[in-house]
Structures are given as C-alpha cells and as structure tokens.
Design a protein around this ligand. Structure first.
Ligand SMILES: NC(=O)c1ccc[n+]([C@@H]2O[C@H](COP(=O)([O-])OP(=O)(O)OC[C@H]3O[C@@H](n4cnc5c(N)ncnc54)[C@H](OP(=O)(O)O)[C@@H]3O)[C@@H](O)[C@H]2O)c1
Length: 220
C-alpha cells in the first residue's frame, strides 16, 4: 500500500487554501492546515470532517514547526507574505517539495510586481535554496476547484519545476484535485504561467467570466 503523504497548507483559510484543502481531503493524504487565525482553521478542519468523516485533517499552529512532518508544503498566502513564511519554514522545508501557487499581481491587477526575468516561484526558490519548489495551481481560480470540469471539459493545470520526482508528486496532487496536470517545463516556465493567469484575470474582468474560467488545450 502507498504511504500516505503529509501535506501542510499554509494559508489554508483563504480562497485558494480552503479550496485546495477541501479537494485534497478526498485523496489519500494527511492534511495539516494553518493560517494566522487559528479559530478559522479549526472551523475549516471541522467543516471538512463534517463533509467527509474519513478525511485525515488537522489544524496546526503556523509556527516554525508547522512544516516539520510535511512531505509537501503548499504556500497559499498572498505573494507579499511569502518572505515571512519562507523565513519560518526554511529549516523544516529542507529537501521538501514546496508548492508556489502565487500570482504576484500589482494592486490594479493589470501587471506583475516581479521583474520580467524572474517569477514568484523563482523568488521563493531563492528564499528556500534547499527545497524543491514547484509551480502549480496558479492557473486555476479558487472557484474552479468545485467545478474542475467546465462546459464538459476538464480544466488543465500547469506545473513547472526542476526536480522530476517532485513534478510527479505534484502532478498526482493536481489530479486528485480534479484537474488535468500538464508539466510545462523547468521552474523558469513559472514566468509564463504567472503571466497566463494575469491574462485570464484581465480577460475575466473584461468579459465577466465570474471567476469560473480555466485553461484547456485542445489538440488531436
Ligand atoms: N484566489 C484565486 O482564485 C487564486 C488563483 C490562483 C492563485 N492564487 C494565489 O493564491 C494565493 C492566495 O490567494 P487567496 O485569494 O487564497 O488569498 P486570501 O483569500 O487572502 O487568503 C490568504 C491566506 O493566507 C493566510 N496568511 C496571510 N499571511 C500569512 C502568514 N504570514 N502566515 C500564514 N498564513 C498567512 C491568511 O490567513 P488569515 O486569514 O488567518 O490571515 C489566509 O488564510 C496568492 O498568492 C494568489 O496569488 C489565487
């Protein structure tokens, strides 16, 4: 039998963190949830257990030790909070997979705050040099998690990273969440993936997609 992986979700009570937590609770994972407000985290863990009594989920304190047990750490906080989070998890995240879901949008949602020759994922990798940072889930909206099949088509979810085994593990997580995983390339492809979501956000606001929109590559 496959060993149950332990996933820590930092920022679990947010739009994305809660959507990811609910989706992954249906898989064969042990989830450790944390955010600033412990009461909200407890309530989320209880909600998940009410929906699915066999879910293996627990709320934990977002302290230095939050990532101690984890095999995979999902950083689901706003981009501006990542430096603070990285400082806290740096030691415990040694050699572990750290998923960057951030889209480093500016305050008017019409550009990215990162320089063109880098990305949020690469910035996180620099902050966590001994971790295996993988970009994932940034091209899916939080609302997509409850509807990963839109108009009869399973939404594609792009992944980027430098470590083959980590890419495989994250592809499985993306599948469990209901999306079709597509490995785009090494971590530098995160620049493209973060710009893709900027485009989708811009178009969503222009054409009123109501935040239920996703990417699908059609091919024969
Ligand atoms: N929303 C989307 O559809 C979407 C799609 C793709 C990617 N993303 C990316 O996902 C990330 C989260 O976005 P969101 O919309 O989910 O944001 P959000 O709703 O504001 O949630 C942010 C979460 O981070 C927690 N948090 C903030 N600072 C923290 C810290 N220093 N330590 C621990 N937890 C902290 C918050 O906890 P408290 O509430 O307790 O403070 C909250 O749980 C962003 O990087 C965003 O670019 C979002």
């Amino acid at each position: 039998m496959k060993i149950k992986q332990i996933i820590t979700i930092i920022g679990a009570t947010g739009n994305m963190g809660s959507a990811i937590s609910k989706s992954l609770s249906k898989g064969n994972y042990r989830l450790l949830l944390c955010a600033n407000d412990r009461d909200k985290v407890e309530a989320l863990a209880q909600d998940i257990k009410n929906d699915n009594p066999s879910a293996d989920v627990e709320s934990i304190d977002c302290s230095v030790n939050a990532s101690y047990e984890a095999d995979v750490i999902i950083v689901a906080v706003p981009y501006e909070a990542e430096k603070d989070v990285a400082q806290k998890i740096k030691e415990m995240a040694n050699q572990k997979i750290v998923i960057s879901i951030a889209n480093p949008l500016n305050s008017t949602y019409n550009g990215l705050v990162t320089a063109p020759d880098t990305s949020a994922a690469e910035v996180l990798q620099k902050l966590l040099p001994n971790s295996k940072v993988v970009k994932a889930f940034n091209t899916t909206f939080a609302a997509d998690f409850s509807t990963p099949v839109i108009d009869g088509k399973q939404v594609d979810a792009f992944i980027a990273g430098n470590d083959e085994e980590a890419l495989q593990t994250v592809s499985e997580l993306v599948s469990t969440a209901g999306f079709n995983p597509i490995v785009a390339g090494d971590l530098s492809f995160s620049r493209t993936l973060e710009n893709m979501q900027l485009l989708l956000i811009t178009l969503g606001m222009k054409y009123n997609y109501n935040w239920l929109a996703g990417w699908k590559i059609l091919h024969n």
